[in-house]
Design a protein around this ligand. Structure first.
Ligand SMILES: Nc1ncnc2c1ncn2[C@@H]1O[C@H](COP(=O)(O)OP(=O)(O)OP(=O)(O)O)[C@@H](O)[C@H]1O
Length: 258
């Protein structure tokens, strides 16, 4: 089917990664990778260092063009499009380091992407438009920051900054959220609270979420399907218990990570 000049296929999947290969000179970072996400699904990606997890996120967000293969989002081929075009279609990413504005308050940090998510924002409208107070309160409550709404983001604890950024992702109103090691640098207590928050992204807000993570306690707390990568391809998938007892996963990854 052709819609507005773009190739679109009818599918129940939100995201379809089809046989993606990405080479950097002689390095094969992704090697014929396939992955499908249904709307509202939460999935975790595990794999040893250098297996291509970050490269996958870079391909999904348009930072890298794949050497071959296709990515479809809502049936439309998006591989080859740039980061802005892909973000406008509803894919948003959180990096390991919190991407917040330290000199703004917690609520200003959330208000900014709320305004940017509205149609055709300009600098003027971003600054002038008052955010919907009910939505702002909902997002502050989601992040557990209602009582710190007026605190400068730079003064928040590390785990609070991570939660703030998850709320900012929600404020953008994208459908697919890509989270790269959201527990990096967190204490055990902070890790448990971010796992609960990420589960809410799907259960309460209907988002589709793909998480890269190494912390197995956190992965268990997410309680979601897992895809295991090695050498740029998918080698296994299943529940936490299935993956933990898979001999190939133990050899390639858990033997070293556990
Ligand atoms: N821009 C680049 N130029 C050249 N090689 C790259 C580039 N980005 C990634 N690579 C290589 O591609 C391979 C996959 O890297 P990638 O960062 O995707 O792995 P990863 O699974 O995210 O690793 P980690 O868990 O350490 O973050 C590695 O060999 C890496 O050195």
């Amino acid at each position: 089917m052709q819609l507005g000049g773009a190739a679109v296929t009818v599918s129940s999947a939100l995201l379809e990664v089809e046989d993606i290969t990405k080479r950097f000179g002689g390095i094969v970072a992704l090697d014929g990778l396939n992955l499908t996400l249904k709307p509202g699904e939460l999935r975790c990606i595990l794999g040893p260092n250098g297996c291509g997890k970050t490269t996958l996120f870079n391909v999904l967000t348009g930072a890298f063009k794949p050497t071959s293969g296709r990515v479809r989002f809502r049936g439309e081929v998006i591989s080859g499009k740039g980061p802005v075009a892909i973000s406008r279609r509803g894919i948003s990413r959180k990096f390991q380091v919190p991407g917040i504005f330290p000199d703004l308050t917690a609520q200003q940090n959330i208000a900014l992407p709320m305004a940017a998510a509205s149609r055709k924002p300009t600098v003027r409208t971003l600054v002038r438009r008052a955010p919907d107070p009910a939505r702002l309160a909902e997002l502050l409550d989601f992040a557990g920051l209602s009582d710190k709404a007026d605190m400068l983001a730079s003064d928040l604890a590390h785990g609070e900054k991570q939660r703030l950024e998850v709320a900012m992702l929600l404020a953008v109103d994208a459908d697919l959220l890509l989270l790269d090691e959201p527990t990096a640098g967190m204490s055990k207590g902070e890790t448990a609270s971010i796992a609960a928050l990420i589960r809410k992204l799907t259960s309460d807000f209907g988002k589709t979420v793909l998480v890269i993570e190494h912390d197995m306690q956190f992965v268990r707390a997410l309680d979601c399907p897992i895809t295991v990568m090695a050498r740029g391809a998918v080698i296994a998938g299943g529940t936490y218990d299935e993956v933990r007892s898979n001999p190939q996963v133990i050899e390639c990854y858990l033997g070293r990570a556990a």
